[in-house]
Design a protein around this ligand. Structure first.
Ligand SMILES: *Cc1c(COP(=O)(O)O)cnc(C)c1O
Length: 429
């Protein structure tokens, strides 16, 4: 299968080319030239096997086709259990059992497994440059750690990520370097963008990115929705509906794409924090990307969701059709706090602030009389956001073993100014 740009001004690319490139050369996002025909799927015994079947049409004819099964086994070596919530008919799909306790581990590990195979015969190492405000950098660092032919340079705003997040970014060593930038997240992003566009630098030290618009992260995220929905239907005969916490629409776009491929998903409803660009659009307003505002669910602090372009592509740029198909609700910080405290008090559940937005939206749907089986996507373990969660539930949140292992390692990050020449020098050193 070939992939084209959402902006239609770039040549078609193979899957390997699209994964290696990240963004299409015209600035658009890669999408399949034609969507694989929707088909009847059966669940495999685990996510890796379900994923191998689901993703096969995208790999057909590509150099990585023969490696798909091994990529899936390597990337999806941890579970995503569908658990019941304390309220009847409600479930939670736990996406936080990977090495850095957030759903981004799935996409990052799959991308790393693909990239390692693509770089096998290259003489120069490829540097993955990532700007992060927390979760992405940790997932990418963990996924690429000790992958041959690859190194990672993570830039984060010094003093503006939580101590636990900073520790996770700096604890790997080997082929992973963490740089704490004297500046904001936007400064970090601008530095990365400039480096990726520096043609001379690219020749001397090949660079790529690993952000959430990469096909190598989007496609694998369909796998856990497919595995949960197919397993659930096999067991109950029921189609599963989802509420998905959303920032850049990467996680939700994967569910929407999986449904288009024949995965038995019912309704997909989006939950956002106080950043209202999607709720406003689905309520009938023009799409109006804007600067983001800071919230408790900070991994969703997005004012211009990058995957919106893919969603429009899937609906053939028919905004009326899009608005008829989806709804999105915004949940403010006071409500996030209220939900975390109340769900613990009433049901013994402990949710991270991102997951709490989805729990709230599911509560609203139930209050409006919505029936059937629903699940919220739990995007991170609450222990990653202990400074928000622990005061609300009044107890310490147990740290999952993988995360505890990372926090027990020594950590180091080099300070750098928010200055391009300084970064360039480091990349060439
Ligand atoms: C990245 C992230 C999100 C938002 O995911 P998108 O794909 O950007 O919509 C939600 N929750 C957590 C914990 C995250 O790390």
């Amino acid at each position: 299968m070939n992939f084209i740009s959402t902006r239609n001004a770039a040549p078609a690319a193979s899957l390997s080319q699209a994964i290696a490139a990240g963004l299409a050369p015209d600035g658009g996002l890669y999408v399949p030239e034609a969507l694989p025909v929707s088909r009847e799927l059966a669940p495999g015994p685990d996510i890796a096997e379900t994923a191998t079947t689901l993703l096969a049409p995208f790999f057909a004819g590509d150099g990585l086709e023969g490696e798909l099964a091994s990529i899936c086994r390597e990337a999806f070596d941890f579970p995503a259990p569908l658990e019941t919530l304390g309220t009847p008919g409600d479930h939670v799909l736990e996406l936080f059992h990977g090495p850095t306790a957030a759903f981004k581990d799935f996409g990052a590990r799959f991308l790393a497994a693909c990239m390692a195979r693509l770089r096998r015969d290259e003489a120069k190492p490829l540097t993955i440059l990532v700007a992060t405000s927390g979760d992405t950098g940790a997932a990418v660092a963990a996924a690429f750690h000790r992958q041959p032919g690859l190194r990672v340079v993570v830039l984060y705003p010094d003093g503006r990520v939580s101590p636990r997040q900073a520790h996770q970014l700096g604890c790997f060593g080997d082929n992973i370097a963490a740089l704490r930038v004297d500046g904001s997240f936007d400064d970090c992003q601008a530095l990365v963008k400039r480096a990726l566009n520096d043609a001379d630098l690219q020749v001397r030290a090949p660079l790529s990115s690993a952000n959430s618009i990469s096909l190598g992260r989007l496609l694998p995220q369909m796998s856990y929705y497919a595995h949960a929905a197919l397993t659930h239907r096999a067991a109950t005969g029921q189609v599963l509906n989802f509420v998905i916490p959303t920032g850049n629409l990467g996680n939700a776009m994967a569910a929407i794409l999986a449904r288009a491929l024949g995965v038995p998903l019912g309704r997909i409803v989006l939950a956002t924090n106080a950043n209202r660009v999607l709720p406003d659009f689905f309520a009938g307003n023009a799409y109006a990307p804007t600067a983001s505002v800071a919230t408790l669910a900070n991994a969703m602090d997005v004012g211009a969701p990058s995957n919106f372009e893919r969603l429009r592509w899937l609906y053939a740029n028919d905004d009326a059709g899009l608005r008829a198909a989806f709804r999105a609700s915004s949940v403010d910080d006071a409500t996030i706090r209220e939900v975390i405290a109340r769900r613990y008090r009433d049901h013994g559940e402990v949710h991270c602030p991102h997951t709490a937005t989805a729990v709230k939206v599911l509560e609203e749907l139930r209050a409006q009389g919505e029936g059937g089986g629903w699940a919220v996507a739990a995007t991170a373990h609450p222990a990653k956001f202990e400074s928000v969660v622990e005061p609300l539930v009044g107890r310490a949140v147990d740290v999952p073993p993988a995360l505890a292992g990372l926090l027990a390692r020594p950590a180091h990050a080099d300070p750098v100014p928010a200055d391009y020449d300084a970064l360039r020098e480091r990349l060439l050193a």
